[in-house]
Design a protein around this ligand. Structure first.
Ligand SMILES: [Zn+2]
Length: 229
């Protein structure tokens, strides 16, 4: 079996999705050097971090974090690109595991009942083959043992691409796109909304506003990456 694995790795060498270098023996998904160099925000330990502040007066989130900053070296961008456009689910699972490890040690992220990935429009999910936020959510579940609730939110309408739109236009485009599937099931629960990136915050805000219509709900947010402050 060892020989077989060795032969497979000879013909299909495994590459680190963050830097493109070959993985060494014992390295899994992401190389040790990248693991060390990926820029963590540590926002999970700071309830008044810039991402949390972005939503003040807009949506009542309990806690907000992103695991990594978009890095100058592009490593975080490479991981996300692999996840979104190269079918590399391992990259997303890795990002989720990193989030999971961080929030499991953070006080404000305790007592979460369900992980709620931001849904893709079914048409988009069909074309990609999977929802990248769900893959990240599975990585979080792996480390925290908090269950993922895949169908808590549903996407209502197809939105055109977000690029080249102003902040206001983006908001108009997304504010009513989600609906809660079964509010009774989520009553009184602490939910962790998960997305790949947090940039303008409009998608997360729309999901948050929709979820906050549920009775006695508590909502926190975690994404894999955000722009540096
Ligand atoms: Zn690497």
């Amino acid at each position: 079996m060892k020989i077989l694995n060795h032969l497979i790795s000879l013909f299909y060498p495994q590459v680190c999705p963050a830097c493109g270098n070959l993985l060494m023996k014992g390295e899994e998904t992401v190389c040790l050097s990248c693991r060390y160099l990926l820029p963590k925000t540590h926002y999970e330990n700071n309830t008044e971090n810039p991402l949390a502040q972005m939503f003040w007066g807009q949506v009542d989130f309990h806690a907000v974090t992103a695991e990594f900053f978009f890095s100058k070296t592009g490593k975080v961008q490479h991981l996300l690109h692999q996840l979104k456009y190269e079918g590399n689910k391992d990259a997303g699972f890795f990002l989720g595991q990193q989030i999971g490890e961080s929030i499991s040690k953070a006080e404000s992220f305790q007592g979460i009942d369900f992980i709620v990935p931001i849904p893709l429009h079914p048409k988009k999910e069909f074309m990609r083959g999977y929802n990248q936020s769900y893959v990240i959510a599975q990585g979080i579940e792996d480390k925290t043992k908090i269950p993922v609730m895949k169908d808590a939110l549903r996407r209502k309408t197809f939105t055109s691409t977000q690029t080249k739109k102003s902040r206001e236009e983006r908001w108009e485009n997304v504010k009513d796109i989600f609906e809660v599937v079964d509010a009774n099931r989520l009553k009184g629960k602490h939910l962790l909304v998960v997305d790949d990136v947090l940039t303008t915050g409009s998608t997360v805000m729309a999901a948050g506003k929709t979820l906050s219509t549920i009775e006695d709900v508590k909502i926190s947010v975690a994404t894999a990456a955000c722009a540096s402050a």
